[in-house]
Design a binder for this molecule. Structure first.
Ligand SMILES: [Zn+2]
Length: 231
């Protein structure tokens, strides 16, 4: 510990350290020796040796006890402070971690938000266009069409075209179906007629058959009559 009255090399003192060199004046600052003057190694360029020559004798017991109590309190305080520092450091690490997480979240949020704003603006533009189309007279729409070559209008035109084509396709399909129905009806009628003809033909065949039988019967009768006549 610093002491202006007891410092520097003790050139006038006969004590010599293990280096055989004149000693340096010190005041102790450690536990029960605190405040005691002593001579120690005065070397600066090489490691100091362990030489100690106490100038003050040991303190009385009461003073030693007081010093002991004070030093114990100091040690406890230091330990607590160290522990607190460790806790603080851990807290700092935690906070930093949370901060990093929050920054990350914020970055994602910013991207989402920008996207949302862009979507919103797009929606507002489309809504504006739609309102214009609904509320304004023809000339306004024409003006708008000339001025605005945005994708929205191109999409609208394309959609209208696609719808028109779809309608045309539908009409053609309906026509085809109608024609098919007509053809079906015709073929049904033809089949019916064919069936009638078949029946008529069968009827005629039966009639012809009957006529043949009658003819055979008549022939038989004639033959019988002839036989009778011949007799
Ligand atoms: Zn020495």
């Amino acid at each position: 510990m610093e002491c202006t009255e007891w410092s520097g090399i003790a050139l006038n003192h006969p004590a010599r350290c293990e280096h055989r060199a004149p000693c340096e004046k010190f005041v102790a600052f450690e536990w029960t020796d605190s405040g005691r003057r002593f001579l120690g190694c005065g070397k600066k360029d090489v490691p100091k040796c362990n030489f100690v020559d106490w100038i003050y004798p040991e303190w009385p017991v009461q003073l030693k006890q007081a010093l002991n109590t004070i030093w114990t309190m100091y040690e406890e305080e230091s330990t607590n402070r160290l522990r607190q520092n460790v806790l603080n450091a851990e807290e700092v690490v935690k906070v930093m971690e949370e901060k990093r997480k929050m920054e990350n979240d914020l970055r994602f949020f910013k991207v989402d938000f920008a996207k949302m704003v862009a979507d919103k603006e797009d929606a507002i533009t489309q809504l504006g266009n739609a309102r214009l189309v609904i509320s304004d007279p023809k000339e306004q729409i024409e003006k708008k069409n000339l001025a605005d070559k945005s994708d929205t209008n191109i999409h609208q035109v394309l959609r209208a075209k696609a719808e028109k084509e779809r309608d045309q396709e539908k009409e053609e399909k309906v026509k085809l179906v109608q024609e098919m129905d007509k053809i079906k009806q015709k073929s049904a009628m033809l089949l019916e007629e064919k069936e009638k003809w078949k029946q008529e033909k069968r009827h005629l065949e039966y009639t012809i058959g009957d006529l043949f039988k009658e003819k055979e019967a008549t022939k038989g009768n004639i033959r019988k009559i002839k036989e009778i006549v011949d007799e």
